[in-house]
Design a protein around this ligand. Structure first.
Ligand SMILES: O=P(O)(O)OC[C@H](O)CO
Length: 418
């Protein structure tokens, strides 16, 4: 039996489900055994895989979050493109089977898919229906705009129904990158980096500045509580404990929310928008991760990886993963199967992620982003946001610094990958 190592970043409910799915593959045949290993957060998993590759101890499969895509695509000798893996091993593979928003993110400029989309998400709004009712709000109506968010949050706080309006994970992914796409504002030049390595960041425009300014003001007024850097792991407990009534998080956070938000009813909504911004709401962009195949492993492992990827993409496995986790269905067939099974009717709110990501045909501002060194740039966003919260910079100053420091890293990446 050939053992195949799979490094991933899925903890908690997601990790348990990932193991169950892997077991399903292992039990279905006896030639290959996939061995999943949890390597920590997304940045930790990616760093571990790069270090392992240098030491020639790399796993065959590594899960890399969406913002690592630019770096992985540039690491040509280190990866086996998925379209090539499937062709080399005679496993049927049709990129057209995947949802367009997902395929585009992981394909090169010739339309070849380089990694396998596995867990694609988009951020949505979750809220505490019971707290809304206690505050005298309609329990079935989440805020549609940021103005409504402020109005509702004040009512919630003043009535004593809860202590705060909002906690949010990922200031970078949700409140900056998705915020930009949702308002049809550029994240960077050259189609947010899809147009080549000469692209530079530009998300310091007036719309993003206004939003960061508001987040700071809402933090000062107690309407918003910061969840911390990187993923913002302190945000979830604030929602579960009913301290904050509204929570912004990945659609893939649903499994955790269902398991942890026990004492109240959870409602779902789209991300709020500023209604004075032309073109908003546009469409949100994907997050989550894809599976990259690393080079330098024995041939028999690749044959097994190709079979495993075929299994992971089957409508039944994808639909099960999507329905349990809240990640997007990835393929049209998994989406159709979920509809046929009546999943969305029986589980209100679960289709919001799909509706939001397909709300309008994507513009060059809302296809996603593709930049090298972006894991480090995410760190810069967190640092500058914390400077804003502490009062040592204003919103324009903080976002100008993100762009300036981030662009220095992009210039470095461009020079290294000419
Ligand atoms: O929580 P996830 O897996 O949906 O990922 C969120 C972000 O996209 C990570 O960059």
């Amino acid at each position: 039996q050939t053992e195949i190592q799979w490094w991933h970043a899925m903890g908690g409910e997601l990790g348990a489900k990932l193991e169950e799915i892997t077991k399903g593959f292992n039990d279905s045949q006896d030639e290959y055994r996939i061995v999943p290993s949890y390597k920590g957060t997304y940045p930790e998993t990616m760093t571990a895989a790069i270090a392992a590759f240098r030491a020639q101890q790399q796993p065959a499969i590594v899960q890399v979050f969406e913002v690592g895509t630019g770096t992985m695509m540039a690491a040509k000798g280190a990866i086996v493109p998925v379209h090539q893996l499937m062709a080399d091993n005679d496993v049927a593979f049709d990129p057209a089977a995947y949802l367009p928003a997902v395929v585009g993110y992981y394909s090169d400029t010739d339309g070849n898919m380089l990694s396998l989309p596995f867990n694609s998400s988009t951020p949505i709004l979750y809220y505490n229906k019971d707290v809304f009712e206690k505050a005298g709000l309609d329990r079935d109506t989440p805020p549609k705009t940021w103005a409504e968010f402020e109005e509702f949050s004040k009512k919630i706080k003043e009535s004593g129904a809860a202590n705060c309006g909002l906690s949010s994970r990922w200031v970078s992914w949700i409140q900056t990158e998705n915020f930009s796409a949702w308002h049809n504002q550029p994240i960077g030049t050259l189609e947010n980096g899809f147009g080549g390595l000469a692209a530079r960041l530009s998300y310091n425009g007036p719309v993003q500045v206004k939003h960061w300014e508001n987040l700071k003001r809402w933090a000062d007024e107690g309407l918003y509580k910061y969840g911390g850097p990187v993923a913002g792991d302190n945000a979830a407990p604030l929602f579960y404990s009913q301290e904050c009534a509204i929570y912004m998080e990945s659609s893939g956070g649903r499994a955790g929310i269902v398991a942890n938000a026990k004492d109240f009813e959870v409602g779902y909504g789209m991300l709020p928008y500023y209604d004075d911004v032309e073109g908003a709401p546009q469409n949100s962009i994907i997050g989550g991760a894809s599976l990259w195949v690393l080079s330098g492993r024995p041939d028999e492992e690749y044959a097994g990886v190709a079979k495993f990827f075929e299994y992971l993409s089957s409508p039944e496995v994808q639909a099960d993963w999507h329905q349990f986790t809240g990640y997007l269905p990835i393929t049209q067939a998994a989406y159709d199967l979920s509809k046929e099974q009546g999943f969305y009717e029986q589980n209100p709110g679960t289709e919001i992620s799909i509706k939001q990501i397909t709300l309008n045909p994507p513009t060059e501002n809302s296809k996603g982003l593709r930049f090298g060194n972006y894991v480090q740039i995410r760190g810069i966003i967190d640092e500058e946001f914390e400077q804003l919260l502490s009062g040592s910079k204003d919103a324009q100053g903080a976002l100008d610094s993100v762009v300036e420091r981030g662009n220095a890293l992009l210039a470095e990446f461009e020079a290294q990958n000419q």
